[in-house]
Design a protein around this ligand. Sequence first.
Ligand code: NAP
Ligand code: MG
Length: 483
Amino acid sequence: MAKPTDTLEWNYSPSLESTNHIRLKQQYGLFINNEWVAPSSKKYFSSTNPATEEVLAEIAWANEADVDNAVKAARKAYETVWSKLSGAERGKYIYRIARMMQERAREFAVIESMDCGKPIRESRDVDVPLACNHFFYYAGWADKLAYAMPHKKPEALGVAGQIIPWNFPLLMAAWKIAPALAAGNTVVLKPAETTSLTALKLAEIIKDSGLPPGVVNIVTGHGDTGAAIVNHPDIDKIAFTGSTNVGKIIQRAIAGTNKKSTLELGGKSANIIFDDAPIDQAVEGIVNGIFFNQGHVCCAGSRLFVQENVADLVIKKLKARMESLYVGNPLDKNTDIGAINSKEQLETIEKYIRLGKEEGAAIYQSACEIPSKGYFCRPTLFTEVSQSHRITQEEIFGPVLTIQTFRTIDEVIQKANNTPFGLAAGVWTDKGSRIFNLTTKLKAGVVWANTYNKFDPTSPFGGYKESGFGREGGLHGLGAYLK
Ligand code: NAP
Ligand code: MG
């Protein structure tokens, strides 16, 4: 019999991705009308590498006047060029952007890992290919809108204001920009303040692709820049991905206006393991569900429910697997868990870990070493938790898992749905009928069966309850940008 993982000795040898091929400017302006312009405030802020705390570049801080310029550019481009082009012509531009992104995939992946802290394996194998695929997928729809929406006359909305978070910077930009352009809208996009660099690299590609000026504008900045987009009177649609708190602020701000909106917000998703599940696969699924991308995943499987009779086995295997996870340099191809995106986010996670202990839950953290510099967190799990604990109710957005047990299907459905959120869920069982039973009863936008965190551009994604409304991806995602 093989030895348990925690008694094996592994010889570790680093395998660092090189950064020689990366070109970053010291300072980035705003991308308006296909030009790089200085912010009217003359203010810049630093984007840092969360694994080393080194400054990567200075980023322009857009104020209301800059956002107004970007919206004017987008409006003019919409009226004079983009709305006049045929869908086939729009599609050609979108395909070109997708191909150019693919050609520079390695550069995108390395910059994403440096700026965001996620392991290179993920940015290389997940974020960047999926971002390219979103452009390819929606390029294909641009000339088929009438087929996509039969018996209707689909029309673009106009200018879309788009605001994205820091956990999947390039991928979220692709989720937003690709369907908007395919449907014939023009765009003003704001990346998150800690992760603007890949959106700015995308701007370089957009310029090189020959996309008409003003069709895509990228304004960097802080929350006030996002608010200026939300409150601008000449924006037809707000597409927001981020926290439930900011989502509520946005909803209040646009109430009573003609702005359409889609809000993709937080989550506290349940991952449910039945006793007939393939246990080893399920343990991989749990690890993938919560430790993937440092738990910086809106749909992270952060609440684990295990059927009582296999709970000891699952927890034992999970702990052994956690011991083999490597936490460290995001640019090392061995790394499983990279850096937490910012000091503030690390403090939030540490606050919840303290809270879990104070609430009386039992904590287990892997014994791995973590780098002394940068923002890192050991994979953490809590047992002996109840539904009322704050760590089982609130979104932590870090590599922290709570584990509860259940006996019956009805009990686990009730427990899984007992949350203000409803973004995603996972079900692990051998029985197809049980999967279908649960998928109809779990109040979650996506339910994965015998897998977790799988994405595809053809498949709509979005939440119930406080996880927001509207769908991104697939035909639903296209419809969100059409009248
Ligand atoms: P956040 O604080 O809500 O920020 C999201 C974006 O909104 C950032 O660009 C932010 O700018 C901007 N912003 C902040 N205040 C604003 C305001 N008053 N008006 C307009 N924009 C404003 O969220 P985050 O911490 O970056 O991201 C984590 C959250 O996103 C989590 O809750 C996660 O679940 C959620 N998320 C959801 C999905 C989904 O599809 N449902 C996907 C990914 C993430 P600054 O960065 O400059 O503050
Ligand atoms: Mg950064």
